[in-house]
Design a protein around this ligand. Structure first.
Ligand SMILES: C[S@@+](CC[C@H](N)C(=O)[O-])C[C@H]1O[C@@H](n2cnc3c(N)ncnc32)[C@H](O)[C@@H]1O
Length: 344
């Protein structure tokens, strides 16, 4: 933000010379393939549910201060870590599967010059045990940024097999691994309870005022929408966070004032099938980016799981609106406008 002659707080926040950031982020002006080309190892394509680098770059650039500490508790091939570290943030990832953790480490190695190798680190472990796994970081993290499993079945598309009447996704690639401890397998109440534990652990990692940004997608199942964004807001509030903002990450490209969809083959096929069944399905062109804050002052201790939260009705109330209390202490540089980084 530009320096101001009389630096009142209002003037610092509302600088008319600077465009106010939009809450819609065009993250797919180029394809994921192009965004990763040369910056990620080619074998990164073997992970079935990666975040778009442009989305991770925006989250870490907007919500973590330069030099700040970013954690991704379910880091996959390390997209969040790579984008954070290449913007000068220290990043630590946790991943259950040694295979993806190894790939995340190697992606960091590709992205970072040797003298900056210390900016990125990956630990193999279970995100349900973050305070133990990252005991050295408790209370110090500026930003937890993650994209959890979506309570659906990700898998690698096998077009040739599908064209010959086989399954669309290879069974051996479903849910990230065959390990039942992988939350890719969790559904329904079990999924919500496991994610409540993860978010409670993230809260312990964050410094007071630190932010959690989680990316979700509302998917259709058997003709009905599973409102994962809404469920995630409830889980986070029950865990003790304040809900700050909802952004829309566009998965379609903006061209000549129109949106041009970039659906995966799987999504296109599923949507076409739903429409053939008579369901008014449409292609999903966005993901939900949900921003929460660890309160600056500690109130009642957060619920550590769904059962605790359900037993205490006070915890089921939304946290105080940020308009009612003092504005959240966003990291310096947060909210500043950045140009699109197409073709990175
Ligand atoms: C949606 S993917 C995240 C992808 C990541 N943002 C990227 O761009 O590569 C979710 C990841 O969570 C991991 N995961 C699932 N259960 C986990 C657990 N209990 N602890 C740690 N990681 C877990 C999966 O193996 C998967 O890699």
């Amino acid at each position: 933000m530009a320096p101001h002659a009389t630096p009142t707080r209002a003037a610092a926040i509302l600088d008319a010379a600077e465009p106010v950031p939009l809450a819609v982020w065009p993250c797919a002006q180029t394809t994921g393939h192009i965004q990763r080309a040369g910056r990620y190892l080619p074998e990164s394509t073997t992970h079935p549910a990666k975040m778009l680098p442009e989305l991770a770059r925006r989250i870490t650039g907007e919500y973590a201060p330069p030099g700040g500490l970013v954690v991704d508790p379910m880091c996959g091939i390390g997209t969040t870590l790579v984008e954070a570290a290449t913007q000068g943030r220290r990043s630590v990832g946790v991943e259950l599967e040694p295979r993806w953790a190894d790939l995340a480490r190697r992606n960091l190695g590709l992205a970072l010059p040797p003298e900056h190798a210390g900016l990125g680190e990956v630990r193999v472990g279970d995100a349900r045990h973050l305070p133990e796994l990252l005991a050295d970081l408790v209370g110090t993290v500026d930003l937890v940024a993650t994209s959890p499993p979506y309570a659906c079945t990700p898998g690698m598309i096998d077009k040739p097999a599908w064209r010959q009447g086989g399954a669309l996704a290879r069974r051996d690639t479903e849910n990230y691994s065959a390990d039942r401890g992988n939350l890719g397998h969790a559904r329904g109440q079990a999924y919500l309870a496991e994610m409540a534990t993860v978010y409670a652990g993230c809260l312990q990692l964050l410094r007071p005022g630190g932010l959690l940004v989680t990316v979700t997608r509302n998917l259709r199942r058997q003709g009905r929408v599973f409102d994962l964004a809404g469920q995630t807001v409830r889980l986070a509030e029950q865990a003790g966070y304040q809900y700050l903002q909802h952004l829309v990450a566009l998965l379609a490209a903006v061209r000549d004032s129109a949106l041009h969809a970039r659906p995966s083959f799987w999504q296109l096929t599923q949507t076409r099938r739903a429409r053939q069944r008579g369901e008014p399905a449409s292609l999903l062109a966005h993901e939900d980016v949900l921003v929460f804050q660890r309160p600056l002052t500690s109130g009642s201790p957060p619920a550590t799981n769904q059962a605790d939260a359900a037993a205490d009705p006070q915890r089921r109330q939304p946290g105080p609106s940020t308009l009612d209390g003092p504005p959240p202490a966003l990291p310096s540089g947060a909210g500043s406008h950045r140009p699109l980084g197409g073709g990175r």
